[in-house]
Design a protein around this ligand. Structure first.
Ligand code: GDP
Ligand code: ZN
Ligand code: ZN
Length: 600
């Protein structure tokens, strides 16, 4: 099989860590049960297994009712009240879209004809002489085109003369109470046909058993499509008589929430009402809803009109809603989107493990209190769970002192300082795998430990007094100056100890693990069983193998051993044992894979 196919035809899976803990197990199941309950609840209550489609609709309305209006007119200088009847044709106006309009109040300016007259006196139109008026001037606020003359309006009030529909309209307040206040008893019949084209379903808001005399009531008759206008305002908490004076806009919402599944079929409208204009606007800031229209007629061959400023209520009918039917695709998408919630338990438990291991144990806030027992357990889980890896930089080095239980990480340029003098960061020594140790060909006579002393120290029996020619950074007396070029010397200026004392090279274990020719040969043969060691290469391979043995012994893990720096004493002790016949030793080099990675 070709290599590329082998790469494709493989399956990767995550390796998981199973923590056998009753507490965490219980937390996990509590989370799963909560998540499962919520997901199932949302699935059923929001019908997320359905494919939903918005409604498209048409609306038709019919307003019915008759009102008697008592209009005040002035006839022969006397005020007179004339009753008149308003029916549908008088108070409704055709509007575009899903809206209808009901007139509730009006102001009439009768007998207007085109000609010249004085404007109605306001602060804007008052004048004292012809200079205040400008011929041909057309103010958007005014009713006509100025002629440039300032004429008497009434008494000593003078205003600019205009060419307009005369007499001009007076800016009057809307009558109170509203002239068509009885419009609250009008009814509107709303016909609404709806369609869900994707589901191939059509219906309307009028049921087959529809009673023509019914009136909508929120609880008693919520499906009746005939509405009394006063009731609509009651529903929104507004007073019809008050809104009728200045007019307003009212929304009638028809909401369709249709379940088109065969077993739970339900598709009936819900009616809601909402005041759509700004009911709290200050009276002076254009309140209500009004517009002007005119009735034209001819009198003695002169065209005349009656101008009517109409106040009323515009009803906007807003139809919206969705129809849903079971579909496998939304169900699969929903299940897929909720799967991630089951990971919440992991996130939460991992947070507990991290927070309660590092926060209290590592910070030594509770050095020996009871809480720390749980923390130590978490610390243990944490160690098993995560592996810390340093960025393998050229500046990264690890050093280990025989008189310290931890190792140190140095991640900086030495810049002429001896490595011995750089403190670095303390990192825990990786745990020893004793199965590896048991494979080593150690000779048995290891002396019994002396009570009261660390065992590692007990092996350092042969305390060597520092020789006079050891460098000043050496604490064990066995180190030698570096042989490297001057700029690289500082990396080899490292002793096996932080404080003065016995050298690690004098320990029995050093001889057994690092210097034993037999052990090193076995290790080399272990890797290459048929290795023939000739005189030339033997020492070099044994020496390098000894470096490795030391690093693995003192740094515990292969990752650290790659960046571990040998103390000078060990380096020279190994070189004495397995010397190089000619030339200089090349010293520590960063791992070769790092070189390759850094090459452009
Ligand atoms: P050579 O045999 O003449 O090249 O010189 P050396 O005896 O100094 O050995 C060089 C090899 O040993 C290189 O592969 C180095 O990476 C390795 N080596 C030398 N010193 C150290 C050290 O302090 N730590 C580690 N980990 N490896 C070292
Ligand atoms: Zn030393
Ligand atoms: Zn030493």
């Amino acid at each position: 099989m070709a290599a590329c196919c082998r790469d494709i035809l493989q399956y990767e899976t995550d390796k998981t860590i199973q923590i056998q803990s009753t507490n965490f197990g219980a937390i996990k199941w509590v989370f799963h049960v909560i998540v499962f309950s919520y997901v199932s609840f949302a699935l059923v209550s929001d019908k997320l297994y359905q494919r939903k489609e918005s409604v498209i609709s048409s609306v038709h309305t019919k307003v019915k009712g008759v009102a008697e209006v008592k209009e005040e007119i002035i006839e022969n200088g006397k005020k007179k009240v004339v009753p008149s009847i308003f029916d549908t044709a008088d108070y409704t106006f055709p509007l575009q879209g899903n809206s209808f309009f009901v007139m509730t109040n009006f102001l009439k300016t009768e007998d207007q004809k085109q000609g010249l007259c004085a404007e109605y006196p306001t602060r804007r139109t008052l004048c004292y002489s012809d200079k205040s008026c400008k011929k041909g001037w057309m103010d958007p606020q005014s009713k006509g085109i100025q002629t440039g003359r300032c004429i008497v309006y009434k008494g000593n009030q003078k205003t600019c003369e205009v060419y307009a529909w005369c007499p001009t309209e007076a800016p009057e307040e809307a009558p109170r109470p509203a002239l068509l206040n009885s419009a609250k008893n009008f009814t509107v019949f709303i016909k609404n046909n709806i369609d869900f084209p994707g589901h191939n379903y059509t219906t309307r808001n009028i049921l087959p058993d529809f009673n023509k005399t019914c009136i909508f009531h929120k609880t008693k008759d919520p499906l009746c499509p005939i509405f009394r206008l006063g009731d609509i305002f009651q529903e929104t908490g507004d007073n019809f008589s008050e809104v009728a004076i200045q007019g307003g806009i009212m929304g009638i919402e028809i909401y369709w929430d249709c379940n088109l599944d065969r077993w739970f079929h339900h598709c009936r409208p819900q009616y809601r009402f909402r005041r759509l204009d700004d009911k709290i606007t200050n009276e002076t800031l254009h309140p209500g809803y009004n517009f002007r229209y005119a009735k034209y007629y001819k009198e003695n061959n002169v065209e005349k009109r009656t101008l009517i400023k109409v106040f009323g209520i515009r009803f906007d009918i807003l139809v919206f809603g969705t129809g849903g039917k079971f579909d496998i695709i939304p169900l699969i998408v929903y299940i897929g989107s909720t799967l991630s919630y089951f990971g919440l338990a992991t996130v939460f438990i991992d947070f507990l493990i991290n927070a309660y291991s590092s926060a209290c144990c590592r910070s030594f806030i509770y050095p020996c209190c009871k809480c720390c027992e749980g923390c130590r357990v978490n610390e243990y889980y944490n160690r098993k769970k995560c592996e810390v890896i340093m960025e393998p930089k050229r500046t990264l080095k690890y050093v280990s002192f025989v008189d310290e239980s931890h190792i140190r990480m140095v991640d900086e340029q030495l810049l002429g300082r001896s490595l011995q003098d750089v403190n670095g960061r303390k990192v825990p020594r990786p745990l020893m795998d004793f199965t590896d140790l048991s494979r080593l060909p150690l000779s048995p006579p290891v002396p019994p430990p002396i009570p009261g002393q660390p065992e590692e120290m007990q092996l350092l029996k042969e305390v060597v007094t520092p020789t006079s020619n050891s460098p000043n950074w050496c604490k064990c007396g066995n180190c030698l100056p570096s042989q490297l070029p001057k700029n690289r010397q500082c990396i080899e200026e490292l002793c096996c100890r932080k404080e003065a004392g016995a050298c690690i090279t004098t320990s029995a274990l050093f001889r057994e693990l690092v210097l034993s020719r037999r052990a090193l040969q076995l290790l080399l043969l272990y890797q290459e069983p048929l290795l023939a060691l000739d005189e030339d290469s033997a020492n070099r391979r044994l020496r390098h193998c000894a470096y490795r043995c030391y690093a693995t012994w003192r740094f515990g893990s292969q990752d650290l051993a790659d960046f571990a720096i040998l103390p000078s004493c060990c380096r020279w002790r190994i070189r004495n044992e397995f010397p190089k016949s000619e030339g200089q030793y090349s010293g520590f080099k960063s791992p070769c894979w790092l070189d390759r990675a850094e090459q452009p």
